[in-house]
Design a protein around this ligand. Structure first.
Ligand code: A3P
Length: 281
């Protein structure tokens, strides 16, 4: 069994889980991108699996949804190079750490953003329920870590602002979890037009049904017996992904003081952010 200190390692100042080897993180510099690669980018617990499931249903021809770019060891590079079809590659990497070849080839990226308070609560549960992450004792102690950017993948603010700063260097579509909850067809239309996919209203409503929280969760439950299951496997324990899938759960966790502190930090970091206008906060 691994000790607590084996569960996280720091690379470029950012905490990573042991699922990413330092050798892989270094080797990613040399990653060969392809012009038709599609990146699905997110800070953890922002709705990555939901987005990935939608994207998979949008393509009628064969595509390969990979595990997150930064998960695994150096053999990952070779593994990805053998994929014959279009690659859909999720990643939680900061913009700075993204392999340069994606930028040189101007690949498309879809970045999903969720209210950071809900993201923090979702990540709290992920820490609590995941034996591959260090033990968290209290919500209070965890929230301090989150605000200091000492959780996996570092600071939510740095992640968002880094991708925002370079948004015109690649072709990036920003999506918002809360907007998807409110009007999923609208978001699906946005994604289709970004990817150049023709889709009609019936197809959109089919995708909405197949990617609802309940549908995705029940597919995971019956996955073992169902060979046709479609929910993607980006993490080792898929049950952990589907907790509540709601907006505003943070209100059940934050004290007034924590809420004030969070708001202060949010204002100071996001004050001149272009994305802040669109983020549901
Ligand atoms: P909660 O913990 O708040 O329930 P990620 O995929 O980036 O790890 O994000 C996980 C979060 O997205 C979890 O949030 C999960 O419940 C939510 N989620 C997963 N599938 C969803 C869906 N189809 N609709 C809405 N939320 C979903």
């Amino acid at each position: 069994m691994s000790s607590q200190s084996d569960l996280i390692h720091i690379f470029n100042g950012i905490p990573f889980t042991s699922r990413s080897s330092i050798d892989l993180l270094r080797a990613l510099n040399a990653f060969q991108a392809r012009e038709d690669d599609l990146l699905l980018v997110s800070y953890p617990k922002s709705g990555t699996h939901w987005l990935a499931e939608i994207i998979k249903h949008l393509y009628t021809s064969k595509v390969s949804l990979t595990s997150p770019l930064e998960f695994g060891d150096v053999s990952k590079l070779e593994e990805l190079s053998f994929i014959g079809s279009k690659r859909i590659i999720p990643t939680h990497l900061s913009y700075d750490m993204l392999p340069a070849d994606f930028k040189a080839k101007k690949c498309k990226a879809i970045y999903i953003i969720r209210n950071p308070k809900d993201t923090a609560v979702s990540l709290f549960h992920y820490y609590r329920d995941n034996p591959h992450l260090p033990t968290i004792d209290t919500w209070h102690g965890y929230l301090d870590m989150f605000l200091r950017g000492e959780v996996v993948c570092g600071s939510w603010f740095d992640h968002i602002l880094g991708w925002e700063e370079h948004r015109n260097e690649m072709s990036t579509l920003f999506l918002y979890y809360e907007a998807m909850k409110k009007d999923l067809p609208k978001t699906i239309r946005k994604i289709s037009s970004f990817l150049g996919i023709n889709i009609n209203d019936n197809e959109i409503s089919e995708i909405c049904k197949k990617t609802s929280f309940n549908e995705m969760r029940s597919n995971v439950e019956k996955e073992k017996s169902d060979v046709n299951h479609t929910v993607c496997a980006l993490t080792s324990n898929k049950k952990l992904i589907f907790r509540k899938g709601t907006v505003g759960d943070w209100k059940n966790y934050f004290s007034n003081k924590q809420d004030r502190l969070f708001d202060e930090l949010y204002r100071s970091r996001m004050d001149s952010s272009y994305l802040a206008k669109h983020i549901s906060y």
